[in-house]
Write a protein that binds this ligand. Structure first.
Ligand SMILES: Cc1ncc(COP(=O)(O)O)c(C=O)c1O
Length: 481
């Protein structure tokens, strides 16, 4: 990737700081008047940030029609990631996925969608009125979770549905697993089909070869990244990149204008400017340092009796994601809860595992890794159930490899609650989404099979939290009449 611009520049952030330094009088929105009007509880937390929480004033540009500092900041972003055109997003990868899909697909067009995608992808496909053909991911038996779809599945899907218009995949998955995306993209491109990637968990991958290659590097057409997940950006701050001969950036931009606030947050946008600089100036020395720190932490985890550090399968994975698996009779959820009592908050749990998202440290930065390891050790010592467990069933079964086109028609029908044990073969009446990770376990309109019910019970009993599934606690599920 050729870098010509000065990636140390942060034009939007600098302009905001300059504006704040002039001690301006605010006769404009927002109502806190740079923090002068103090209605915000927890004032001390907000005081500083209120100084840069501005609106589209002269010199501060306009996210929806950028021609000044935002245009420059977005050009730096595109260069840093090797994209033709890049956008700041102030409503997370959620809005990125919606705009990416609405800007690419038309009503009734067939689209391949990785079944274990985030709910925002499904919402986008539904809003576009496209027809998804779901591709079943590979399931990793050791981790007990679903990964990416295989090249073979994609090849078979194209054979079955040659008129598919786009493919939407998640890379890497929540746990940092990657797959043979390059071959998949090449295969799709031979058929002139664009590949849209939800790379919510991969905004840092372009920082160097310590990480798996980013989807843009592998040739993806549109890529959405939650900068706030793994780069030092404020929550909701995300990026969308277009690098395609098949998809028009203008079509996506049109939807970003429709879907994003007309008052985008300057603190979020400025944090994106800083996060891009952080990523773009990540040096070889930083990688060496981070690698050493991570290796020391992982070695410490390997020494703990009662948890297993999971190693990435076949294609490797993101070193910032570390998953430990309970080897006692504690579920992942219980382990996470006990760690929280020690002030250690992990990203997510599933029935067996706890996932940590580690920081993208630069040389010399410290992080309390040893406190985490010690916390795990203590939790396991204090918990009564530290005996090894026998082989356990896993939740995620391989559903169909290639579904028939899913129809959103006829879903405005009456629903009813039925006991779980009687629900097999009904069409599910609502999305049931363990959160996090936000990947629907059952979709509204999806036929429920016996394995779904087994998995659902297992999740419920292990202590998963759900969006949807209001009847589950009483053993019921909503189905179409
Ligand atoms: C794979 C994936 N895509 C999209 C999203 C939505 O991202 P955001 O929270 O930035 O809107 C998430 C959130 O967890 C996610 O895990």
């Amino acid at each position: 990737m050729v870098i010509i611009m000065d990636q140390n520049k942060t034009p939007l952030y600098d302009r905001l700081v300059l504006h704040a330094s002039r001690q301006p009088v605010s006769l404009h929105v927002p109502g806190h008047k740079y923090g002068l009007i103090n209605g915000l509880n927890g004032e001390q937390f907000f005081r500083e940030i209120a100084k840069i929480d501005v609106t589209e004033l002269s010199g501060l540009d306009d996210l929806h029609e950028p021609e000044g500092v935002i245009l420059e900041a977005e050009a730096l972003l595109a260069e840093a990631y090797g994209a033709e055109k890049s956008f700041f997003l102030v409503n997370g990868s959620t809005v990125g996925n919606l705009a990416m899909i609405l800007g690419t697909l038309r009503e009734n067009e067939l689209v391949f969608v990785q079944r274990n995608c985030h709910k925002s992808v499904l919402n986008g496909v539904q809003l576009a009125k496209a027809k998804p053909v779901f591709l079943g991911p590979e399931v990793d038996e050791n981790w007990g979770i679903a990964g990416g779809v295989s090249l073979k599945t994609v090849q078979e899907a194209f054979e079955a549905y040659p008129d598919c218009r786009a493919m939407i995949l998640t890379y890497p998955n929540y746990y940092g697993m990657v797959n043979d995306l390059k071959e998949i993209i090449e295969f799709a491109h031979l058929r002139k089909v664009p590949v849209l990637i939800d790379e919510a968990h991969g905004a840092h991958l372009a920082a160097g070869d310590l990480f798996p290659p980013s989807a843009l590097e592998l040739g993806a057409d549109v890529v959405v990244q939650s900068a706030h997940k793994t780069l030092p950006a404020m929550t909701m701050g995300s990026f969308l990149h277009v690098n395609s001969a098949l998809v028009s950036a203008a079509g996506i931009e049109k939807y970003l204008r429709i879907l994003q606030s007309s008052s985008p947050s300057y603190p979020i946008m400025a944090s994106l400017d800083l996060a891009r600089k952080y990523m773009a100036t990540y040096l070889k020395e930083d990688q060496v340092y981070l690698k050493r720190e991570l290796a020391a932490f992982k070695n410490e985890l390997r020494k703990i009796d009662g948890v297993k550090l999971l190693e990435f399968p076949e294609f490797g994975g993101d070193p910032l994601k570390v998953t430990i698996q309970s080897e006692t009779n504690l579920t992942g959820y219980q382990l996470l809860g006990l760690l929280e009592e020690k002030g250690i908050f992990a990203e997510l749990a599933d029935p067996y595992n706890v996932l940590f998202v580690l920081p993208l440290l630069k040389e010399g930065m410290s992080f309390p890794f040893m406190r985490v390891a010690e916390g795990i050790r203590q939790v396991l010592k204090e918990s009564s159930g530290s005996k090894k467990d026998a082989k356990r069933p896993h939740v995620y079964f391989q559903k169909e490899k290639i579904s028939v086109p899913f129809s959103y028609e006829n879903l405005d029908r009456p629903v009813k609650m039925v006991p779980l044990e009687e629900a097999e073969n009904y069409l599910c009446g609502e999305h049931i989404i363990p959160y996090p990770p936000g990947v629907p376990f059952l979709l509204r309109g999806e036929r429920i099979n016996a394995r779904d019910l087994e998995g659902l019970l297992l999740l419920k009993e292990a202590g998963a939290r759900f969006q949807g599934g209001s009847g589950l606690s009483k053993g019921y599920i909503k189905v179409f009449c």
